[in-house]
Design a protein around this ligand. Structure first.
Ligand code: HEM
Length: 213
């Protein structure tokens, strides 16, 4: 620690603060663990997702075959895919339950309104990550799921048509659609999620956890 302190003055204070921060007794129950569980599910997604990305091929011709190869031929492939699938489901469920906890304990009220808004973005990002992931195996369910998603976005007022064309990669569904969903799923959405998570945790730390009702 002394070695680090000499090179990064102030680091000792940060570590001490993190180590000695007291946890209020009213948060020692499962309802206050739901945010942490959502975070664990997200970390599992990142780790297993990196593994899957090494084998997945984001083209309409090769996508389904590459997923079959991961499931049947790659060592631990089936296990990694299943963990990715279930952690995705749990992330959505935990995130929703966490949001309900925050709502029912009134923790969205002053001074935490901005964190509620950041959380709402995290919820939308979680749903969109789940949706874009659902498309990637490019089987019948995935394809028609994508079409429903694209049509739903197309029904938005004013920006609908433009959003639809951007998602499809043309005025009708094109080859580009899958690679767009892929880039969103593995790069854009996780990066934005991490940025929002950092803001979420800084606000929790600065404001402290809410008092009991
Ligand atoms: C990826 C999604 C999310 C993660 C990983 C996450 C993580 C966390 C964690 C670890 C806490 C500490 C307390 C606890 O665990 O209950 C927390 C608190 C909080 N979260 Fe989230 N959260 C997420 C989504 C949301 C959503 C969807 C909302 C609401 C729309 C939200 C609003 C809040 C608020 C207001 C607090 C402060 C609660 C208090 O002081 O009692 N979060 N979050």
């Amino acid at each position: 620690m002394n070695w680090l302190e000499e090179r990064l003055p102030g680091i000792g204070k940060v570590v001490k603060d993190v180590k000695e921060h007291p946890v209020p007794s009213h948060t020692l129950n499962v309802f206050y663990c739901l945010g942490g569980l959502t975070l664990v599910a997200f970390i599992v997604q990142v780790v297993t997702g990196v593994f899957l990305a090494m084998y997945y091929k984001p083209t309409p011709e090769a996508a389904f075959a590459s997923v079959q190869m991961i499931t049947n031929e790659v060592r631990f492939g089936s296990m990694m895919r299943s963990i990715h699938h279930w952690a995705a489901n749990f992330m959505v469920i935990f995130c929703f339950l966490h949001m309900m906890r925050v709502y029912y304990t009134g923790s969205f009220k002053k001074p935490r309104e901005m964190n509620w808004v950041a959380g709402s973005f995290l919820f939308i990002l979680t749903i969109v990550m789940a949706f874009t992931g659902y498309i990637l195996p490019y089987e019948q369910l995935s394809y028609w799921g994508a079409v429903i998603g694209v049509e739903t976005a197309g029904a938005l007022p004013v920006v609908g048509e433009m959003t639809k064309i951007m998602m499809q990669g043309g005025i009708t569904v094109s080859e580009e659609m899958l690679s767009r969903f892929y880039v969103l799923h593995v790069l854009v959405l996780p990066a934005i999620t991490i940025a929002f998570l950092v803001a979420h945790f800084i606000m929790i730390r600065v404001q402290g956890i809410s008092d009991p009702m």
